[in-house]
Design a protein around this ligand. Structure first.
Ligand code: NAP
Length: 176
């Protein structure tokens, strides 16, 4: 599975239920990367989308503990295990974990690639991604040339897992 996120200098990703900043070049990259694929995200991230609607052209899998919740155009799952079960037959590289913090943390052990837009600025924040530069299981494999949004520099970084992690069927099998 792949994680895709935009994080600032301190690995912050959001504040008060919103993104830190909307960078058009980053949004284009996100759309191109995820189009036609399966995206997995939390109920609070759904609320950050236009009209709180699922994203078009992609299979949307939303996590919520509310068993009564239905979302038109999306599949709602109620636990990590249910999500992993639903995704069992989807090829690894077609699954994108798109946030927010709680969902990134739960799925990180199952991800082998992280596409992170690194924004060289420090925003006020209350949601964070684990620092992959400080994690010995992750290695920065590539980084784009620097781009700027107004005066804020950013790059597209690809991290790959070089240790640790678990197979996505491990937890499901353990429970069988
Ligand atoms: N920079 C980025 O790339 C990026 C990307 C996405 C989001 N964000 C930001 O991240 C912040 C939101 O993150 P967040 O951690 O507060 O929220 P979140 O992960 O988007 O959603 C949390 C919700 O997901 C559901 N959930 C999570 N784990 C679950 C599980 N194991 N089983 C069932 N349901 C589960 C619960 O929904 P219920 O409450 O309905 O039970 C929970 O309240 C926002 O500021 C957003 O803008 C940033």
């Amino acid at each position: 599975m792949k994680l895709i996120a935009a994080a600032d200098r301190g690995w912050s990703i959001g504040n008060k239920g919103s993104l830190l900043v909307r960078i058009p070049g980053d949004q284009r990259m996100f759309r191109q990367e995820t189009m036609g694929k399966t995206i997995v995200y939390g109920r609070k991230t759904l609320e950050t989308f236009p009209l709180a609607q699922p994203l078009d052209g992609r299979r949307n899998v939303i996590l919520s503990r509310d068993t009564g919740r239905t979302v038109r155009g999306a599949e709602v799952v109620h636990s990590l295990e249910e999500a992993l079960d639903l995704l069992r037959d989807v090829p690894e590289d077609e699954i994108y974990i798109i946030g927010g913090e709680t969902v990134y943390r739960q799925f990180l052990p199952y991800c082998d690639t992280a596409i992170v837009t690194r924004i060289d600025y420090e925003y006020e924040a209350d949601a964070f991604l684990p620092d992959l530069d400080a994690d010995p299981d992750w290695t920065l494999a590539s980084e784009s040339d620097e781009m700027t949004f107004f005066d804020v520099p950013y790059t597209f970084c690809t991290y790959v897992r070089t240790g640790g992690g678990c197979r996505r069927d491990e937890r499901v099998q353990t429970e069988d």
